[in-house]
Write a protein that binds this ligand. Structure first.
Ligand SMILES: [Zn+2]
Length: 457
């Protein structure tokens, strides 16, 4: 496959970051397109840039505008090969959903979520949360998953004072020898800190976590499925050899399936494992309708549709999932930000992660929707890389509006896998709610036509 030249990348960067007068831009684009080798592909980013500049292009010769327009419009955001994909009944299809799949359902992205939560915290007049909000603002912390991770780690450290002492050592003093005076102060501070932690910090942390989770759940509970989820359900009805893995906490995918009376397996309750009608929905980071008791580690799955209904009717008591029936401890939703995975505070999730790994390894087609392969999700990225390396027939369809994602993945796999065939990754650039229904329909249409043929033959 031919590469995008450094010159093209440079030009794109320049055009994206600086606003040049339109006639100069058009001149530079025209120069570049005229001189570019025929086999050098064009980055889909041109579509956006050209749309931005085109309307101001009145001063350029109309022939030039027409020519550029023709060339740029020939860029295809979706690989043609996707429309040639043929699967048979045995092909295992696995969807991997990220935040982009739920965004059109009105769920704020990770960055916006925190802002939304602070707004709600102010409404309920929590002075302590207000203080935390100010602190986060001052330090530019906008990512709710970072905040949850910190809260989890703090909770863990507060219960294990030795861990706090070790953290102190590694982070603050491990690299050098302390003077006698420093050593004295350090010990004194540590003993003071240990006492403080034991008394008030744990209850503050517990309380903050509980409130944050309550707010988080109430932000997500009203969200409903969008065309992405509906397209996946329609696909599953025709191709039952399908599993879904999601990193989203919300209930959109669950609801889309349950509404069609399709039972779920692979959830925290372990129900329906033997039911052949059930679809495996693996929620790697937990779910708003899964509850976890911090005291006795009991987990419980609430009926999602029921939970939604009671919430909408305002019959749900705060803090949303309530008190543990087994021990009387406080129960909160089982939501796990990716960075806290390593702390393994939720033994119940290990089975779920294992089943995600197994599903990915078995997949013939991995359809990745609105998932950004972020640094935080090293676990998922690693199992995908390993699986692509082990099974050289495995293919991926990447549905994502980010133009840079597919080139990045092709590069990454080529670096890690010997003689990696870049055509194993199909690009479908755009918003999933717009393009996924059409892509899945094409795959199904091809599937039924092969079926008919084989029946006739
Ligand atoms: Zn309990």
């Amino acid at each position: 496959m031919n590469e995008i030249s450094e010159e093209q990348k440079y030009l794109l960067r320049k055009l994206k970051t600086k606003s040049y007068p339109p006639d100069i831009v058009i001149h530079r684009i025209w120069e570049f397109l005229k001189e570019k080798p025929d086999d050098e592909p064009l980055d889909p980013m041109w579509l956006d840039i050209w749309n931005e500049y085109k309307e101001y292009a009145a001063r350029a010769p109309s022939r030039v505008i027409k020519e550029i327009d023709k060339i740029i419009r020939s860029i295809k955001p979706i690989d043609d090969e996707i429309y040639n994909i043929k699967i048979n009944d045995d092909a295992k299809v696995v969807f991997l959903l990220g935040a982009g799949a739920s965004a059109p359902s009105g769920i704020p992205t990770v960055d916006k979520l925190l802002e939304e939560l602070w707004k709600r915290a102010r409404k309920i007049g929590r002075e302590d949360l207000d203080r935390l909000a100010r602190w986060c603002n001052d330090r530019g912390i906008t990512n709710i998953e970072d905040l949850l991770t910190a809260a989890y780690i703090s909770n863990f450290a507060a219960r294990n004072p030795n861990i706090t002492a070790l953290l102190d050592y590694f982070i603050f003093s491990g690299s050098r020898t302390l003077s006698e005076e420093e050593e004295y102060l350090f010990r004194r501070r540590r003993s003071l800190r240990t006492t403080e932690i034991d008394v008030s910090s744990i209850s503050f942390l517990q309380d903050t976590l509980q409130t944050l989770f309550g707010l988080l759940t109430s932000t997500m509970i009203s969200a409903s499925p969008n065309p992405t989820h509906e397209a996946i359900v329609n696909f599953i009805k025709e191709h039952s050899n399908t599993s879904i893995i999601t990193t989203n906490y919300d209930g959109c995918m669950d609801e889309a399936l349950l509404k069609e009376k399709i039972p779920l397996k692979g959830t925290i309750s372990g129900e329906n494992e033997e039911n052949p009608e059930a679809v495996r929905l693996i929620k790697m980071h937990g779910s708003i309708n899964w509850a976890y008791c911090d005291s006795c580690q009991d987990v419980k799955e609430f009926d999602l549709l029921e939970l939604k209904k009671t919430y909408e009717m305002d019959k749900l008591s705060y803090p949303v999932l309530g008190i543990c029936k087994k021990c009387g401890g406080l129960r909160r939703p089982l939501l796990v930000p990716p960075l806290s995975f390593k702390f393994l505070m939720f033994p119940n999730l290990i089975d779920i992660w294992n089943s995600a790994r197994q599903s990915i390894e078995e997949a013939d087609y991995l359809i990745v929707v609105g998932y950004s392969f972020s640094e935080a999700d090293t676990y998922i990225t690693k199992i995908i890389s390993r699986s692509m390396a082990m099974k050289d027939t495995q293919k991926m369809i990447i549905v994502n509006p980010d133009y840079k994602l597919v080139p990045m993945l092709r590069e990454r796999f080529s670096a890690h896998i010997d003689r990696f065939d870049e055509k194993r990754i199909f690009k479908a650039c755009g918003n999933s709610e717009k393009i996924l229904p059409e892509i899945l329909k094409s795959i199904l249409d091809k599937k039924s036509s092969t079926k008919k043929k084989s029946k006739k033959g």
